[in-house]
Design a binder for this molecule. Structure first.
Ligand SMILES: [Zn+2]
Length: 551
């Protein structure tokens, strides 16, 4: 199929400005400035991997040094263009800053810059991954960068512009290369597939475009991999491509999401099993599902471009359509359950079944609307949707999730038209020490939660004022961190004071005592004595109480 052994990304590397795709504005600006003889001392290109930073750098080097003129239309390759293409032009040096980061490396380079070019008009230094240079190395560069000899030009490329000192950036002409548009990238690789006599469906190519997230190089190496791994005369279709890349199409997930909202349990399970049969790992599935929840939540503030090509136009409008049917509270709940299920995956032996249960839980959750406070505080969720009335069951949910529904719905009543849903989620009232611990887990402040549970003894708690005592393990930044977070979460200043009073025993301590008491109780029970008489080796390590009995 592929006759040439050269990898596609190298074989089809653009050699002239005309070959480049997706960077028209940048190219035009560069060409105009060269034509007007306003060539900057240094160019700086930033952008994600594989959008053409070093490719453009080389094309500029050719434009500046081409024997046939500046527009780099060098059809009959001149000697300069030819050797720049092959990276062996004596006056064009390519340096990878990842391996030459030190100040000595830069000094060596500057030493070379003192000699005028030998065979071309300009001496050009192309420095790739320039952000890797050390601080001293950048400093050494500065002076030359500001007043270089007439013949010297720098071209920098980086994926991480923020790591470059502002003093350097300000001395360069900066170009931000954008990701390549899906449609453009698709046409591009389809064209190459045809040139290579490859056999692949449009759907398979679209998947490649999606995975490569706007990077030409990624798209080409994926195409390479796909075509090489197929037998002769076999067509690369969507299914085969999904298998090769371990990727599954988001539209299947969107479909699944819709079925969940419709409450169609049987279909949900069967669609999931199909996805599973494609070899999708439960963890990958769940992560993608979480990502999708994010899109449902935020679709109105996103553009198709903004989703980094992970969603095609069709997916995008479908999500937008379905999102009208679902409110934010439910999405936030879905998210919470998703995160929790992700943790649960680690402890179950059959992850596949855990995912099925997760999806079934979502079906029931999506039809749940809190009716009154008592219902919530009972620790149970009733399914109240018409369609599911016959399914009415008690549903075990975790308390912090329930608290969250409560808080979110209370807040909503006060504020019927929230401008910003994220704010709505953010303002959670903290009325007790337990609320505080709950919000730490919701906000994923695990360090704070740990300190609160383990090393803090509560003396008194009122809004904006917490009095505690603590043990010697308490982190020294604890008070500072907690105050900052409390202000962030409640928009109020909280006073946290230390007390000499011993305070309540810590939560961890309490749990330990509780378990200890329970174990003792059970050990004294007749049931356990009976067990011991049958199995003399039996040991009792832990006692679990059912949640329902807690009330
Ligand atoms: Zn040339």
């Amino acid at each position: 199929m592929i006759k040439n052994t050269k990898v596609l990304a190298l074989k089809y590397r653009p050699q002239t400005f005309d070959d480049l795709i997706g960077q028209e504005v940048v190219v035009e600006t560069i060409l105009n400035s060269i034509k007007a003889d306003k060539i900057p001392n240094a160019y700086l290109f930033t952008g994600i991997r594989g959008v053409g930073k070093t490719t453009i750098a080389r094309i500029i080097a050719k434009s500046l040094n081409c024997v046939n003129g500046i527009e780099n239309k060098c059809k009959d390759k001149c000697i300069n263009c030819d050797s720049i293409t092959n990276s062996n032009h004596i006056d064009v040096l390519e340096i990878d800053a990842a391996s030459k980061t030190s100040v000595d490396d830069v000094r060596e380079l500057l030493e070379l810059s003192r000699y005028a070019p030998t065979s071309a008009k300009y001496k050009i230094f192309i420095i790739d991954e320039v952000h890797m240079l050390s601080k001293q190395a950048f400093n050494a560069l500065l002076k030359t960068l500001e007043e270089p000899p007439e013949y010297l030009k720098f071209i920098f490329a980086t994926t991480e512009i923020k790591k470059i000192p502002i003093t350097v950036v300000s001395r360069c002409q900066r170009f931000d290369l954008s990701r390549i548009k899906s449609s453009e990238l698709f046409e591009f690789i389809k064209n190459i597939k045809n040139k290579e006599n490859g056999n692949a469906t449009d759907e398979a190519l679209k998947l490649i475009v999606k995975i490569s997230e706007g990077s030409v190089r990624d798209a080409l190496s994926l195409l390479d991999r796909a075509l090489v791994s197929l037998d002769h005369n076999k067509e690369l279709d969507l299914n085969a491509a999904q298998k090769i890349f371990g990727y599954f199409d988001k539209s299947q997930l969107i479909n699944l999401f819709d079925l969940i909202l419709r409450g169609d349990e049987e279909d949900v399970v069967s669609v999931y099993r199909k996805i599973y049969d494609q070899g999708v790992e439960p963890k990958v599935f769940l992560n993608d599902f979480l990502e999708l929840i994010y899109y449902f939540k935020n679709i109105n503030s996103l553009t198709s471009e903004g989703t980094n090509f992970l969603l095609n136009d069709e997916d995008f409008s479908k999500i937008k359509e379905i999102s009208k049917k679902i409110d934010n509270e439910t999405l936030i709940l879905f998210w919470q359950f998703g995160i929790r299920s992700l943790e649960e995956l680690e402890i179950v032996s059959n992850q596949h079944l855990a995912i099925e249960m997760f999806l079934i839980r979502l079906i029931h959750l999506s039809s749940f609307k809190p009716k009154n406070k008592n219902e919530l505080e009972g620790g149970r969720v009733h399914i109240s949707d018409e369609k599911n009335k016959n399914l009415e069951k008690n549903f075990d949910t975790n308390l912090d999730v329930i608290n969250q529904i409560k808080n979110v719905s209370q807040k909503k009543k006060k504020n019927p038209e929230p401008k910003n849903e994220i704010k709505l989620f953010d303002k959670v009232p903290i009325n007790s020490f337990n609320d505080l611990i709950n919000i730490c887990s919701i906000k994923k402040e695990m360090k704070l939660k740990y300190e609160l549970e383990k090393n803090v003894n509560l003396v008194s708690f009122e809004t904006q004022r917490i009095e505690i005592s603590f043990n010697e393990d308490l982190d020294k930044d604890f008070v500072k961190d907690l105050s900052t977070k409390l202000f962030e979460w409640t928009n109020q200043r909280w006073i946290i004071s230390f007390s000499k009073t011993k305070g309540a025993i810590s939560i961890k301590e309490k749990e330990k005592n509780f378990n200890f008491d329970n174990i003792k109780k059970v050990k004294d029970s007749d049931l356990f004595k009976t067990i011991l008489s049958k199995i003399p080796d039996a040991e009792l390590n832990d006692v679990k109480t059912k949640k329902d009995n807690d009330d």
